[in-house]
Write a protein that binds this ligand. Structure first.
Ligand code: PGA
Length: 258
């Protein structure tokens, strides 16, 4: 039986927006969405850490349905780890989702499958939802290694994770060559990779658990290409960078079905 997965649209603002910008952007986004949108789609905004508190305040004060995400997390809960942010700190701010292992972190900040695994387990322990990012480079795709790259990143991320926790994950398939390039993956290719990811989750957990996992596509998503991507059976939402900085564009992505 096919699970009824609620679509999920995540705004990854990356290193953009001060806390003041964030308040405005969230208010603008909120004006552009209706209750019915939130009924149909989970909407998450992931600002930089410095804007989380302000974002939380405006969301709560105006009783918005927008949910909060963070862009990273450390795996220890407290201690001598200068510059890091713990899962508890995020959970206390009402953060529900944590983006983990984004390719920019893998590329520039030494993120590995092992650290992705640690962050994933810590995030689950604090009852937040990890959004695990995986994806091949252009070189790997050209060499015909896209599938094995993604499967091996997923295996690394999920190692030592109890089977029953698989259902609590979100996985974002983000081909590195499509991020911030304006060159999105063809819906057919993205759909195929999402299917490969679903298969791999079945092996790691169970088909029941795997059917519950929302698989997002990320990489140059915009209001013009979201509909075709969402038409794919195994794509359940999007992780949106550039286009999410414009409230009009992100709202249009959330409302892709209209
Ligand atoms: P993009 O970024 O939408 O700007 O390509 C996506 C991402 O990095 O999550």
């Amino acid at each position: 039986m096919m699970a009824d997965r609620k679509p999920l649209m995540v705004a990854n603002w990356k290193m953009n927006a001060t806390h003041l910008d964030a308040i405005q952007m969230i208010q603008k986004l909120s004006y552009r969405l209706e209750l019915d949108d939130f009924d149909k789609v989970d909407v998450v905004v992931a600002p930089p850490f410095t804007a989380l508190r302000s974002a939380q305040t405006v969301i709560e004060a105006d009783r918005m349905w927008i949910q909060l995400g963070a862009q990273n997390v450390y795996w220890e809960d407290k201690g001598a780890f200068t510059g890091e942010i713990s899962p508890t700190m995020l959970a206390k701010l009402g953060v529900g989702y944590v983006i983990i292992g984004h390719s920019e972190r893998r590329q520039h900040f030494g993120e590995t499958d092992d650290t992705v695994n640690k962050r994933t387990r810590a995030t689950l322990s604090s009852e937040m939802t990890p959004i695990i990012c995986i994806g091949e480079t252009l070189e790997q795709r050209d060499l015909g290694q896209a599938e094995e790259t993604v499967v091996s990143q997923l295996e690394g991320a999920l190692s030592r994770l109890p089977r029953e926790q698989i259902s609590e994950l979100v996985v974002a398939y983000e081909p590195v060559w499509a991020i911030g390039t304006g060159r999105n993956a063809l819906p057919d290719d993205a759909g195929l990779m999402a299917e490969v990811i679903r298969e791999s989750l079945i092996q790691k957990g169970s088909s029941e658990a795997a059917e519950m996992v929302r698989i997002l596509y990320g990489g140059s998503v915009n209001p013009g290409n979201i509909k075709d991507l969402m038409a794919k059976k195994h794509i359940d939402g999007a992780l949106v960078g550039g286009a999410s900085l414009d409230p009009d564009m992100f709202a249009a992505i959330v409302r892709y079905r209209l």
